[in-house]
Design a protein around this ligand. Structure first.
Ligand SMILES: O=c1ccn([C@@H]2O[C@H](COP(=O)(O)O)[C@@H](O)[C@H]2O)c(=O)[nH]1
Length: 306
């Protein structure tokens, strides 16, 4: 999958991932109304509304981008109907040829990580049958429990040719509380970055590893250091747009081959119709507004990469 991701980024000249993070309040009224008329104002109604919202957005953007990143929390809040919407979204995006990065942020003791890895990236056996349950292409993983929480994911990545993005330096304002703490004179995120490079050697694709890293767009100086620490890791870069990350600061996240990073925008794309800049589309054409926002993001990143 890392090879497919890299090829698609090159082909489309778009190191962009669109975050499918559908809060109900983002879903236009006409979409909510249609869902509620069928299922009522229920969890099922919410699940249907977010699924229909996603589908329209995906139909409008799938040909422009290599990947999407559904954020599982947005679905999980609606319980089982929300998780059904998550599954429909993953399956639909894969049918459209998109690489799907499940932003699930899993990681636990070894045996529990093995179950997470099987459920999201691998297979589960039920009697004589084997199933790929959620079947994303990549999952985000929290490394806080150490190597035994990561190794089961590496095994599944090897077997399935799928990948993970490990949290190294997150984009949020308080990420430094732990991640920037100095250990033997070096910040924790650098130690984690070194482990990402080491784990990644075990699971190499053609040029990049199946083991990537999450490094926020909001910390470009750290991005520059981490690019060097993990030369073969694809860096997933959240924090562009809504969190204040700017394209002009993102050049150091890329390698000299022009690859090696993929920049996420969630609210900036899926809520484009709410922005002044895209007001001309109107709420009915929210999908077209998202399409224009993707085109603008691709151009913005091109100017930054030079
Ligand atoms: O460090 C991190 C890790 C993950 N995220 C996730 O990315 C998106 C960002 O959404 P925006 O609307 O583009 O701000 C969201 O799903 C986060 O959970 C992150 O922001 N930072």
């Amino acid at each position: 999958m890392i090879n497919k991701l890299m090829k698609q980024i090159e082909k489309l000249d778009a190191p962009v991932v669109v975050g499918l993070d559908p809060m109900l309040s983002y879903v236009p009224e006409q979409v909510q109304k249609a869902a509620f008329s069928e299922y009522g104002e229920t969890l099922e109604g919410a699940g249907e509304a977010i699924w229909q919202y996603n589908k329209t957005i995906v139909d409008n953007i799938y040909d422009l981008i290599p990947a999407v990143k559904p954020q599982i929390a947005m679905y999980e809040q609606f319980g089982i109907p929300g998780m059904i919407a998550y599954q429909k979204t993953v399956d639909y995006c894969r049918e459209k040829g998109l690489v799907v990065i499940g932003d699930v942020k899993r990681g636990d003791i070894g045996s529990t990580s093995a179950a997470y890895a099987a459920g999201h990236l691998g297979r589960v056996t039920v009697g004589a049958n084997t199933f790929s349950a959620f079947n994303e292409d990549f999952a985000t993983v929290n490394p806080y429990l150490g190597s035994d929480g990561i190794k089961p994911f590496l095994e599944v990545c090897k077997a399935e040719k799928k990948g993970i993005f490990i949290l190294v330096k997150t984009s949020n304002p308080s990420s430094g509380e732990f991640q920037d703490r100095l250990i033997d004179g070096r910040p924790l995120y650098e130690w984690v970055g070194e482990k990402v490079a080491e784990w990644g050697e075990e699971v190499m694709g053609d040029t990049y590893s199946y083991v990537g890293a999450v490094v926020g767009a909001t910390y470009p100086e750290m991005g520059k250091v981490l690019r060097k620490v993990m030369p073969k890791a694809c860096i997933l870069v959240p924090g562009y747009g809504a969190q204040g990350g700017k394209a002009k600061d993102l050049a150091p996240y890329f390698n000299e081959d022009g690859l090696g990073a993929i920049v996420n925008s969630s609210r900036g794309i899926i809520c484009a119709y709410k922005q002044e800049k895209y007001a001309k589309f109107g709420v009915e054409a929210f999908g077209e507004a998202s399409r224009q926002a993707v085109i603008d993001m691709i151009e913005d990143l091109k100017s930054a990469r030079g």
